[in-house]
Ligand binder design. Structure first.
Ligand SMILES: Cc1cc2nc3c(=O)[nH]c(=O)nc-3n(C[C@H](O)[C@H](O)[C@H](O)COP(=O)(O)OP(=O)(O)OC[C@H]3O[C@@H](n4cnc5c(N)ncnc54)[C@H](O)[C@@H]3O)c2cc1C
Length: 491
């Protein structure tokens, strides 16, 4: 009997450019397996909207496998227990998966799986799915390896797969995580290739010019993050399609090219950053729990103010633009980069909250939660990397720059909709008469600002200046530069 190749799907829910599937199909009969692991869904970063993404992606994957003559086996339980069960049914099998660069939990789970396989005499191989390299320490060679990885031909979906079938857990489609926080009403996961095509053919033309405002970003950004985080699209496909479009645009007359070259160059750098950040996390997974610069330990940890945290989480800080962004995110599961950075900056500097619980809250809200980008970014925007310049966003300035007429605020903070475009950014400055005319009395219909931004920012700067001047801060700077300072990407 040929050995069954068990392809363990995780955050790689696609058939095209799936190196693991292609390898397995070339070796023998393939069992396509996805395991719903309830423990994963109990993690503090997990939420119902993540399951909505995975469930929709599984439905699509199931359909695609059926079109290729097979079936997807979805089991519910602990991965090792599922393997024990498979061992009883299949005569012999090998296990193949993509490397997962996830949180502590998935890393521990993968080690348990590897240990079980070793004990049971079952081969377990893992292949990279991004330009991220396990055990990589040579930062100088990273960009070259990234390019080599992205240049390799994509793996077409194997045309003839000899499928092995195994029954799914009954009614897995109705399973729901517990706790079931933050579901999205009428959730719809668009077709990944269509999103990419629309971006590269039309939506992306002014990407670099329109990415910063929450009014234009939903249309101007690629919106590929949820597709990449769930693995419905391989990064290599996105990179190669972008290169192809860049080559094509070069052949166009100047007038037709317009803003495309700069837009595509800006987009291409972000694709690079995706892997660059995940590589940081691969090399230093402690970033999920600990400050990158240990000289920041103790700076905020003991001052956690629950009331401020709750106000931030629910969009009730009294800063209309902050609240509009949080409410938009609560409703949609996505917001653009600058607004993510501003939300973290407000939690970290204005509210002086240690980053970990805000990081979990945002992770729960982001449908595209990607631990390897998320934790390093949260730390960067909170000042705990020890190397990056403090970037304290002024929420009023951001509001005036990114939403000058208050349109976004009016949509998401309707309590403030009656203020004119001068007052809407800082409605507490409106006179009693103006508040009456706007139908919004500050402190009654909408909260007073939770802190004074200027004094909070002064306090935060002074605290960080102290840490950075200290001997520990200086030593950290050197050490972190050595480990993570970027030579290529400017981050
Ligand atoms: C505090 C914070 C947390 C973040 N958490 C996540 C996260 O959990 N998952 C996630 O995918 N992105 C995260 N980002 C990065 C970025 O905001 C999102 O990738 C982007 O907004 C997703 O929208 P898009 O796909 O339309 O991006 P586009 O602007 O169209 O970019 C294309 C792709 O490039 C990558 N990318 C873009 N910007 C960055 C960046 N600054 N760093 C690394 N990769 C980038 C993403 O894969 C993205 O899908 C975070 C940023 C911040 C400031």
């Amino acid at each position: 009997m040929p050995t069954t190749q068990v392809v363990w799907f995780k955050r790689d829910l696609r058939l095209h450019d799936h190196a693991v599937l292609s390898t397995a199909a070339a070796r023998g009969p393939v069992l396509a397996l996805y395991v719903i692991e309830p423990e994963l869904w109990n993690q503090p970063s997990a939420s119902m909207r993540h399951w909505q993404v995975i469930q929709a992606a599984l439905f699509d994957l199931e359909r695609a496998i059926e079109q290729h003559g097979g079936s997807l086996c979805v089991r519910l339980g602990n991965m090792v227990e599922v393997l024990v069960e498979l061992q009883q049914t299949l005569d012999h099998f090998t296990l193949l998966a993509h490397e997962e660069i996830g949180e502590d939990w998935s890393f521990t789970r993968d080690r348990a799986v590897a240990a079980w396989c070793a004990g049971a005499g079952i081969s377990f191989s893992e292949l990279p799915q991004f330009g991220v390299f396990r055990g990589q320490h040579d930062r100088d060679g990273w960009a070259t390896r990234w390019r080599q990885f992205m240049t390799q031909p994509q793996n077409d979906t194997p045309q003839s797969i000899n499928w092995t079938n195994h029954p799914s857990t009954a009614n897995w489609q109705n399973w729901q995580p517990n706790p079931s926080r933050h579901s999205i009403a009428d959730f719809n996961l668009p077709n990944a290739s269509a999103v990419l095509k629309a971006f590269l053919q039309s939506r992306g033309e002014q990407y670099h010019l329109r990415m910063s405002s929450p009014l234009s970003a939903p249309e101007a950004c690629s919106r590929l993050s949820v597709q990449l985080a769930s693995g419905r699209l391989s990064m290599r496909t996105v990179v190669q399609e972008t290169w192809r479009t860049q080559r094509e645009v070069k052949t166009w007359p100047a007038a037709q090219r317009a803003t495309w070259p700069r837009a595509l160059a800006a987009f291409q750098s972000r694709l690079h950053w995706h892997c660059h950040f995940i590589q940081k996390f691969e090399s230093e997974p402690e970033l999920e729990h600990s400050n990158m610069a240990r000289s920041c330990d103790g700076l905020r940890e003991n001052d956690f103010d629950e009331a401020k945290f709750l106000a931030w989480c629910t969009g009730q800080t009294g800063y209309p633009f902050i609240d509009a962004c949080m409410r938009f995110l609560l409703a949609n599961g996505w917001i653009n980069f600058r607004m993510r950075a501003m939300l973290v900056s407000f939690a970290a500097y204005d509210l002086w909250l240690h980053w970990q619980r805000p990081a979990h809250h945002l992770a729960q809200l982001f449908v595209d939660f990607e631990p390897g980008i998320h934790y390093p970014q949260v730390q960067m925007q909170s000042g705990t990397t020890g190397i990056n310049t403090l970037r304290i966003y002024n929420p009023i300035k951001q509001s005036m720059d990114q939403d000058p007429e208050g349109e976004f605020i009016r949509r998401w903070v309707p309590e403030c909709a009656g203020f004119d475009q001068l007052r809407i950014h800082a409605p507490w400055e409106a006179t009693a008469m103006e508040q009456l005319a706007a139908g919004c009395q500050i402190g009654e219909h909408y909260p007073e600002p939770i802190v004074d931004h200027m004094s909070a920012a002064r306090f935060a700067k002074a605290q960080f200046a102290g840490v950075r001047r200290s001997a520990a801060g200086q030593a950290d700077r050197q050490a972190v530069m050595q480990r993570h300072g970027s030579r290529k990407t400017g981050s």
